[in-house]
Design a binder for this molecule. Structure first.
Ligand code: ST9
Ligand code: ZN
Ligand code: ZN
Length: 332
């Protein structure tokens, strides 16, 4: 056993210094084997192709309207961007998919509402797909398998029927924690209504009602353009951060550290670290650096609305860098 492996082993076995291990099924499964034989026929969902095309054309038009929007409307669009982004990063991702910290009921309600503003499937579906993504990364059971190319990992996976292995493996996942969460189940039950309200009606009507913005601009900028930007910032984690960047923690996996994605996805681009230690609430070794989501969770803890943040010790990170990081390849 190398020195690095023995540090990790010590952490695993010592009662006094147990690493914060994952309580959900988000750790890579090395035993999965793709089925041999012909691949299933790719079946395009034309309704999604048409809706996504219209959405992106609408967003481009919204971009043209930006110079005509008032400063208050632009500020409001930014606020809506942040709220919906947090509904994904602090909510669907770090809380519900990975259970990397605990949140009180008021915070979970806020994150549930913010999540509907992001309109990226309900929390249950998002977290289920994301756990399958971690457990079967870069295989056919990964919903946005980046081996199938940038386009598929970015948006293409939402335009075709899922590979049967995604559904088969997803059905075997343990999801009782999500089913037991009343906020998750309530949001799932009223998802369509909550999206209409939070993703479109609220972002559009506040600027019109409070400072007299035209409904036209209010629809295209804080609603449509902001929604499309949050979608693409999220999708970049699946595409760009699975393709471009370095791998300081584990060179045996595809996800990478990508600065641009970290910036646009408010802290979610440290993706080599995140796939190596999925249970770390900060998704990064560097705490709040370029990581608004971590600041937000810390602030919620300060207010007493969150607790039990899971973190990986510095020694364990170092041991992993030595054992599987890029450096070990250079020095070896
Ligand atoms: C969107 C999601 O954009 C984005 C998620 C991105 C994740 C990124 C993660 C990165 C890390 C975090 C970083 C965050 C950064 C944020 C930065 C912010 C600034 N297991 O789905 P169906 C079942 S959504 C088990 O129809 P098809 C299912 O329950 C955008 N079961 O599959 C159902 O069962 P039943 C807006 C599963 O027919 C049956 O299978 N939304 C699983 O293949 C059929 O399900 C859209 O565009 C599973 N994993 O259709 C809609 N999956 O029949 C997109 C499915 O019993 N969705 N099942 O009820 C769809 O239209 C369809 O799902 C489809 C596939 C066409 C894609
Ligand atoms: Zn990933
Ligand atoms: Zn994750």
């Amino acid at each position: 056993m190398t020195e690095a492996e023995s540090v990790e082993q010590k952490h695993k076995s010592s009662n006094g210094n147990v690493p914060p291990e994952s309580s959900v099924e988000d750790v890579f499964d090395h035993t999965y084997k793709e089925k041999e034989g012909p691949k299933p026929h790719r079946s395009i969902v034309w309704k999604n192709v048409i809706l996504m095309t219209i959405l992106h054309i609408g967003a481009l038009y919204g971009l043209l309207l930006v110079p005509t929007a008032s400063t208050s409307t632009l500020l409001w669009s930014f606020v809506c961007f942040l709220i919906s982004a947090l509904g994904i990063t602090a909510g669907a991702h770090r809380l519900w998919s990975h259970r990397s910290y605990k949140a009180s009921l008021p915070l979970r309600i806020f994150l549930g509402v913010a999540n509907s503003m992001a309109f990226q499937n309900d929390i249950f579906e998002w977290a289920r797909d994301h756990r399958v993504h971690h457990k079967y990364s870069e295989t056919e059971a990964d919903p946005h398998n980046a081996v199938r190319g940038f386009f598929f990992a970015h948006i293409g996976w939402l335009l075709v029927r899922k590979h049967p292995d995604v559904i088969e493996k997803g059905r075997k996942l343990e999801l009782t924690d999500l089913k037991a969460d009343k906020v998750v189940m309530f949001q799932r039950k009223y998802y369509k209504l909550s999206v209409l309200l939070m993703c479109f009606f609220v972002p559009m009507s506040i600027p019109w009602y409070l400072w007299g913005e035209t409904l036209w601009v209010a629809f295209y900028v804080p609603a449509l353009l902001r929604y499309t930007l949050v979608l693409n910032a999220t999708w970049l984690v699946n595409s760009a951060a699975h393709m471009w960047g370095n791998r300081p923690y584990d060179t045996t996996i595809n996800p990478r550290e990508n600065r641009f994605v970290t910036f646009s996805a408010i802290g979610e681009g440290y993706h080599n670290y995140h796939h190596t230690f999925p249970y770390d609430y900060a998704t990064s070794e560097f705490g709040c650096k370029l990581n608004l989501t971590t600041c937000f969770i810390d602030f919620m803890c300060f207010l007493g609305l969150a607790k039990d943040r899971k973190r990986v010790s510095k020694e364990m990170v170092q041991a992993r860098i030595q054992r599987t990081g890029e450096g070990s390849y250079r020095s070896g």
